[in-house]
Design a protein around this ligand. Sequence first.
Ligand code: T4K
Length: 405
Amino acid sequence: MNKTILNDLAVFGGSPAFPEPLHVGRPNACHRERFLKRVNDLLDRRWLTNQGPFVTEFEQRVAEFLGVRHCVAMCNGTTALEIAIRAAGLSGEVIVPAFTFISTAHALKWQGVTPVFCDVDPRTHHIDPSRLEGLITERTTGVIGVHLWGRPCAVEALEEITRKRRLKLLFDAAHAFGNSHQGRRIGSFGDAEVFSFHATKFFHTLEGGAVVTNDDGLARVLRLMHNMGFSGYDQVVCAGTNAKMNEISAAMGLTMFESLEAILAINQRHYRHYERELSEIPGLQLMRYDEGERNNYQYIVLDIDEPKAGISRDQLVVILHKENVLARRYFYPGCHQMEPYRSDPFYGGLHLPVTDHLAGRLLILPTGEALQPDQVTGICRIIRWVMDHAPEIAQRLSKNTEGGK
Ligand code: T4K
């Protein structure tokens, strides 16, 4: 793992530091015996989906855990967003950040609503409330804030603007399960909040998601819409789709709850480890969490300031990948630079300087239960070594790229 000369780097022909890839988003394991026991139970019961007992229990656990009145469990986070959008009656235009996973924008588009991209605050990486009002038109019906990296976005400012302008407010809380804002768990802000329980989330149900809300009327519509509008046998009261969570996913969710504290402790330990190892390196900054709040620490976000670091984020990603550290460029490029938005004339001339700036310099490192402390040490050792030799490495990499042209 030790690198002493440039040629020791895998990118220049050396051996990779790790024999197997280290992934961002490697699923956390649950207590296998308890999960398999639940799977056996549901098979014995022959109740596999359609609001089975595990889904009902899972919904109750989530609602209790978050301190919210209603939880409707769904088959994934993207569909949960779509249903929240429909159930809340969003139409026309809805304002969202472009610095997010593409699902946030696509969920609107898929429902025939136009996402209007707002730039983000460079400090928080969240939708910038000071830019919001300038984007509101007579077609605007709502705002979707994203608690990116699990850090709460400007909840109060968004609530104030949307209340004043009579707009709906949803939150994409895909990253924020278990986290808090001013001591209150994320989940009960706005009209509704949406979680993802995808396998790559620290708390998962294989695939899965949920919409949570304190609004009884909205909860009723969400429940109808996620099951084809059925209100009982042979009775359909509105248009709907099939977005139900199945019993195996709920069994996984219930089992994950039993490991939640242990996984949070591992994530926090890894985060502190990275913090110790990567502090005071010129040009590198590890994103901080508000230590006064609950945090799931599921994203290790590193900011690379190329002029100070002497190497670009993209060069560092190439180096790490060759060493079998599959760091990710979340969220590059911003949604506005992806199709169908990029070539849609509606977005012609759209300039989101902060989004583009962040998308060009952030890097996400592996964490989670599958990662061992000595692997964190190894990842940091490579990064530090690269930073110590950044100008020479960057120069050689650019030469190689030019030579390859
Ligand atoms: N809103 C936001 C803000 C989101 O971030 C997301 C999802 C959503 C909404 C939508 O929720 P879902 O509809 O997904 O429930 C991943 C996840 O697929 C996605 O859930 C997540 N955000 C996003 C941030 O990351 P990719 O395309 O980067 O994932 P992928 O397939 O490259 O997986 C990451 C790594 O994990 C891989 O390198 C390998 C490893 N892996 C993955 C899976 C699934 C495993 O080792 N085992 C596995 O089973 O999107």
